[in-house]
Design a protein. Sequence first.
Length: 362
Amino acid sequence: MMPQRNTSHSRKPPYLFIALAVIFLAAGIVLGVRALNSWNAYTVAAAITPTPSPTVRPIAVTAAPDLTTYTPAPTATPGALSTGSSGDMVRQMQQRLKDLGFLNGSVDGQFGSGTKKAVVAFQKQHGLDADGIAGSKTLAVLYSDQAASYVPTPTPHVTNVTAGDIPLLVNKWNKLPDDFEPAELVTIKDLAGDLFLYEDSKFQGVREAVEALIRMIQAAKADGITPWKIGGAYRTIKDQQRIFDNRVSRYLSEHEGATRSQAVSNTRLTVADPGCSEHHTGLAFDLNVPDQFFVDTAQYIWLKQHCWDYGFIMRYTDDKEDLTGIIGEEWHIRYVGVQHAKNIQSLDYCLEEYVDYLKNRH
Ligand SMILES: [Zn+2]
């Protein structure tokens, strides 16, 4: 019985099979085209590369999710947006960057150099890796409540401080702008290596001054005068404020019952008000000898005798305190260039007197 049934069926199936196959194929094509279209729409929207292999999707029997209406959550971005990306995701990101003030250009859905710049600025301001690629992390922050508006960083006054006929004068009556930044700052240790000991290995100064300092201390070393420690160099307004505040706090902790204004007055004897420090020029350095009072050292005697030949002056001496506003600081030298330094030495002027003298002559 069974074999007969089987043989009777064996003739019919081809028709049924063909019919089923045609239906199946038609359904497959419809689903496939639909899935392919959806996917294309999605990839354009998400600007995703690479595109998925199209040979797999068209013959899938289970229907693909309807991606045409799917808007990916920013936190679940399947791909990063970067230079060359385009589409709605880019447009959406550009709009957000524009709303926050990071993007100046147009919202055109094209990730070009302007968009990259905006992404970098956003990343920098939000402590993200500033690679200019909007990956899931960057986009998550961008669309979150933590995304802050653009805060422009002030462009510093980059000034060639060693140029000009009259040396730059900075004191409590002649402030530098808060965003002053000397041109050609270099890290002293990069140029001088172990010629010095450093209170801070990141100390910087203006190249010309640092090079003169190195020549000078090499000469001292050749005379057998060593070691030298750099205790201070270029200081920003921020550094100056920190140093000033620390000194005020120290005074208050060491002098029970002292008022804050007493502490400030006392601090001002040795520390310039923020904005008034000559260290801001990148031309001033504090030299000292570890564990010794500088005035008692051979280094001080050598420096006082030779600094002029290398373009440095002893900036603060006790006898000029009323003119400089700073008590004697024998360890503080200032670069003015060889000619000015020699003039200042022979005239026995402080820098305030010398600048006055030059101005009256002009
Ligand atoms: Zn100093």
